[in-house]
Design a protein around this ligand. Structure first.
Ligand code: T1G
Length: 655
């Protein structure tokens, strides 16, 4: 096969009259200007060369094409533009076959859709996930995909940014064939069978008809999940347009919409989140440190948190040894874990075989010495320093010398726990967020003595568990709860100053939070913070402003939703403003001689944003957080901060 090179990233080889073109632009074969230029040059050559009967496109590595080059967004566009490359492929006089060897996402799938035939490996992943970046497909996806799979299925994929494996792509009609290890040979063979005079040009197909009910249902489902973000609604509109508008009109409207969204604040925020997630968990100098091998995970405490962590570990493919103090408690723990797996089966997230496989890897016992088999032990026991310290001292005598001890504490000082053990270097914090088998966020606490390979192991484990690891230094509440405390404090100050809880909640919900702070406090329960405030009362700084209203609520037995009354009243479970609370607030203002002022929604958001950012800046200057984007990810993934605003640090920079 003679090799040809058309750009730095595009090479080709003629095999049996077929030009096999390889896109090689590490790490994901993004459609950079060099890729686009190289593809155009390749097509130019293929059209002129009579020896070329057809073209096969494929990717190097485990990507076909990972999409447009997101790093090029926000920069002046460089020709050839992707839609032009795609139109050239679709109109090409010779057959062009896509051999999808890996991810074909966004522009990558749009390139494949313009080919005259598509083959994929079973492990390939195909999708148009642009809405996750706050945009819509901009190179024909909303117009070509429905021509292959129908309006309803196209809405489901595009408006939800859903990615499907090769087999589902075949069932849907996105690809014509699935090939495992003979992908290229099959693609070359297909070129020979395709009749060049009647090429299947996707853009010329009619959109298959569908019932309005199916379409409306898919649209409603996508819009419900969109939670006010613009891109999904625009995606629904564009896919519906494909059913009625000529291709050229649909493509023009799609391009106009894509450009408008690409330059929006929401898209800038979601691009920030995309790159922030890839920067998270990267620690200077740790790249060369080899993580320890983890196969068996011990979990002490199989209550709410421990059982969630156990399911997360089972989902990650590990052996799990859960430990409780008594056989009865161990049996209850196993029931809890089994119950979570059963829920996953009922919701279709897990099949029966998967459930059996997980239960086959689970032991729950009262026999703590079994933890001698564990490579890491995670404690999820009562958040009390004595309890955790004594437990770690006991584990010291049971686990292997090279086993890691991880504490799931939320508020205690892990350095104190580590200091009580014989090997503090093997202690690390793994602060899971409840429910631990659902929430992606995991704060990995780098304690004073934590050895580098222990930290590297914790980060590798987090990734294997499908978590989003954020490294935190040691401070009370680590990153998330530190910022949440500042947010709560400022919200309470504003109530004393004149804003009502319902006004603050409404402002934050309009900004994009699923729930405002007071609704969240009532849901979490007011008694937890109350107990902490009472513990700290003796050492509290008397000059620091203190809002007594939450204490008054607790003293009146108003602990939140669970007691039917908190900041709000919950008659028949519905959150309603309670005049009793308004009276308490007015009394508190009078007692402090505060003349209440009015706050606009924008002032409320700005003041709370500033409280979070000031705390974030403090965490950065103290080295507790490594980068501002980590703080954004913690608040988005652990506290409901709207991703479409990019997180507090990013949002403050934009305001
Ligand atoms: N552009 C630029 N860089 C990208 C990229 C992209 N599309 N995708 C990934 N990277 C970088 C990423 O920042 C990281 O960099 C490295 O590649 C590895 O990524 C016209 C306009 C493909 C499934 O939304 O979903 O097409 O940190 O850690 O876990 O309609 O990356 O190493 O410096 O995620 O193996 C649509 C986004 C774009 C796909 C691989 N495409 N990417 O996952 O690796 S918009 C997407 C992903 C578009 C068209 C529109 C994943 C992946 P660094 P990684 P991974």
């Amino acid at each position: 096969m003679s090799a040809l090179r058309f750009s730095d990233t595009i090479s080709a080889a003629l095999a049996d009259g077929v030009l096999v073109v390889t896109i090689d632009n590490a790490p994901v074969n993004a459609l950079s200007a060099d890729v686009r230029g190289g593809l155009m040059a390749t097509l130019e050559h293929a059209e002129k060369d009579g020896a070329v009967a057809g073209v096969v496109l494929t990717g190097a590595g485990n990507s076909f094409i990972g999409g447009a080059d997101i790093k090029e967004f926000g920069k002046p566009p460089v020709e050839p533009f992707l839609p032009d490359v795609i139109s050239r492929i679709e109109a090409f006089p010779k057959p062009v076959v896509a051999a999808i060897n890996g991810v074909a996402l966004g522009g990558g799938l749009e390139v494949a859709l313009a080919c005259h035939r598509r083959l994929a490996t079973p492990g390939a992943k195909l999708g148009l996930p642009e809405v996750k970046l706050g945009i819509v497909p901009g190179a024909g996806g909303t117009q070509r995909l429905p021509r292959l799979i129908g309006i309803a299925a196209a809405i489901d994929m595009i408006a939800n940014g859903r990615v499907v494996p090769g087999a589902e792509a075949l069932k849907l009609g996105i690809v014509d064939r699935v090939s495992s290890d003979t992908l290229l040979a099959d693609a070359i063979a297909d070129i020979k069978t395709i009749n060049a005079s009647s090429l299947c040009r996707t853009g010329l197909l009619l959109v298959p008809s569908a019932t309005t009910e199916a379409i409306d249902r898919a649209a409603a489902d996508a819009l419900r999940k969109a939670r006010g973000q613009r891109a999904p609604a625009e995606a629904v509109r564009l896919v519906r347009l494909a059913a009625t508008a000529p291709l050229s009109e649909g493509l023009a409207e799609e391009r106009r919409t894509f450009i408008e969204l690409r330059d929006s604040d929401e898209a800038a925020a979601l691009r920030h989140v995309f790159f922030a997630e890839r920067a998270a968990g990267k620690v200077e100098g740790l790249e060369t440190v080899a993580p320890r091998r983890i196969e068996t995970i011990g979990i002490v405490g199989t209550g709410l948190m421990g059982s969630g962590i156990a399911v997360s570990a089972l989902n990650g493919g590990y052996r799990v040894i859960g430990v409780e103090q008594t056989i009865e408690a161990a049996d209850k723990g196993r029931e809890r874990i089994t119950g979570l797996l059963d829920k996953a089966v009922q919701s279709g997230r897990l099949d029966a075989a998967g459930r059996e496989d997980r239960l086959g890897r689970l032991t729950v016992t009262a026999d703590m010495p079994q933890l001698a088999q564990a490579d890491i032990v995670i404690e999820a026991v009562f958040d009390d320093l004595t309890v955790k310290t004594e437990l770690f001292q006991r584990l010291d005598t049971i686990v292997r010398a090279d086993a890691i001890l991880a504490t799931n504490t939320s508020y205690l000082d892990p350095d104190l726990i580590a200091a009580a053990t014989q090997r503090p270097a093997r202690v690390v914090g793994l602060h899971f967020f409840s429910p631990a088998h659902i929430m992606r966020l995991l704060e990995v606490v780098n304690c004073k003595e934590t050895a580098p390979d222990v930290l590297a192991t914790a980060l590798a484990l987090a990734k294997r568990l499908g978590k989003l690891p954020i490294v935190s230094g040691v401070t009370e509440g680590f990153i998330g709860n530190s910022i949440f405390s500042a947010y709560r404090r400022e919200a309470e100050y504003m109530v004393e100053d004149g804003a009502l809880p319902q006004e603050i909640d409404a402002a934050l919900e309009a900004y994009g939070f699923p729930m405002g702070p007071f609704a969240v406090f009532d849901m979490a329960g007011l008694e937890i913070a109350w107990a902490r405030r009472k513990r700290q009362a003796a050492t509290r700084n008397p000059s620091e402003r203190y809002v007594a209203i939450p204490d008054w609520l607790c003293e009146a037995g108003r602990f939140g939703q669970k007691t039917g009354r908190g900041w709000y009243a919950y008659p028949d479970g519905k959150r309603t403003v309670d005049p009793e609370v308004t009276a308490m607030i007015e009394a508190a203002r009078t007692e402090k001689g505060i003349v209440p002022k009015r706050f606009t929604a924008d002032e409320i958001v700005s003041r709370l944003l500033k409280a979070m950012v000031d705390e974030g800046d403090a965490l950065l200057s103290q080295g507790i957080a490594a980068r501002a984007s980590d703080i954004d990810l913690v608040m988005i993934n652990g506290y409901g901060f709207p991703a479409s605003k990019g997180g507090p640090m990013f949002a403050a920079g934009r305001r």
